[in-house]
Design a protein around this ligand. Structure first.
Ligand SMILES: C[S@@+](CC[C@H](N)C(=O)[O-])C[C@H]1O[C@@H](n2cnc3c(N)ncnc32)[C@H](O)[C@@H]1O
Length: 243
């Protein structure tokens, strides 16, 4: 079963608040370029592309063609990236051996049949092409500041796959891990901006909290923002690369 539905409400919340300030993504830009082929003629799959923020960034940073696949009609309707393709990771509507790399950003926890996804990625990627997974993994949530204010949401991470589980699911399709590294990002210019922009429906771990835990966390976050309104919010998420 899907962890959460990307319907009209969550898609609108996601589009409004989860597009990271592009100037805070310098470390991601460099980290991705270490593993993904770049330049004209390169074709990259953005799988579970959401509202197209990364597809847009990759095209502008690396001058690559991005094939952005997204199952939710509501997310596609909010997309900043033109030509988003309707499709699911388990049955990609794409030709075989046609792509030079795949990018999955905060998607793996939504994919209950990871071995089927790995087999599809093996089919659509050229031999040797990398799969780049940006995620919080079970047991590795320490770099995400949101959990400082909403510690109960760390429990939700137990439902996310671990690095070992993702690697085991990809191994039968011939993928092996080649890199695992936490990558920092400026998620919000200030704590005040983070509070003002927070939309519960845009964050799976917050959407799955009970209301009392969410309200307590929001009070903690607001109090912190009153103490240090200008402090930037810096998070680290993992980049796992398989080939
Ligand atoms: C947290 S959003 C991430 C969106 C985008 N990758 C980003 O980082 O901005 C998760 C996305 O995964 C998509 N998703 C859920 N199940 C999927 C599936 N079976 N195949 C492909 N994408 C899926 C959702 O529709 C949603 O857009």
């Amino acid at each position: 079963m899907a962890m959460m539905a990307y319907d009209a409400v969550s898609a609108a919340a996601f589009a409004a608040t989860r597009h990271l300030p592009v100037e805070g993504l310098a470390s991601w830009r460099a980290a991705v370029a270490r593993h993904l082929p770049v330049g004209p003629g390169v074709r990259v799959l953005d799988l579970g592309a959401g509202t197209g923020a990364w597809a847009t960034a990759f095209r502008s940073w690396y001058d690559v063609d991005v094939v952005a696949v997204e199952p939710s009609a509501a997310m596609r309707a909010h997309s900043a990236y033109p030509g988003m393709v309707a499709g699911r990771a388990e049955a990609l509507p794409l030709a075989a051996a046609d792509l030079d790399g795949a990018w999955l950003s905060t998607v793996v926890h939504h994919l209950p049949d990871l071995p089927a996804v790995a087999a599809e990625l093996r089919r659509v990627l050229r031999p040797g092409a990398p799969v780049l997974v940006r995620s919080v993994f079970a047991g590795r949530g320490g770099g995400v500041t949101l959990f400082r204010w909403f510690p109960e949401a760390l429990r939700v991470l137990d439902c996310y796959p671990s690095v070992a589980e993702v690697c085991a699911a990809f191994e039968p399709a011939g993928f092996a891990p080649v890199a695992l590294t936490p990558v920092p990002q400026v998620s919000a210019r200030s704590l005040k901006a983070a509070v003002d922009g927070l939309r519960r429906a845009a964050h799976t771990p917050l959407a799955l909290l009970d209301d009392a835990d969410y309200d307590r966390g929001l009070r903690r976050l607001r109090a912190a923002a009153e103490r240090t309104p200008d402090a930037p919010v810096v998070d680290a998420m993992d980049l796992l690369v398989l080939r």
